[in-house]
Write a new protein. Sequence first.
Length: 81
Amino acid sequence: MAASVLNSARAVEMSVFVVRAFVRLRDVARTNAEIRKHLAQLERRVTAHDGALKEVFSAIRGLLQPARPPRKQIGFRAAAT
């Protein structure tokens, strides 16, 4: 959008950068979905095995979840003296 409003080489460069970033984001999302699909298939195949494998799959799924940013604490804090 900046390239259509601002007629400069920098605006065009930034527009291309944004499009490339969204393409990468789409590829990462697709890859993540494919990993989850393959993990589910593998889990179905080895369900008869011991509980340790289920723990491994659970840990991997936990790592695939997006990290939540830390929440800011609100309120007043008195200075320690």
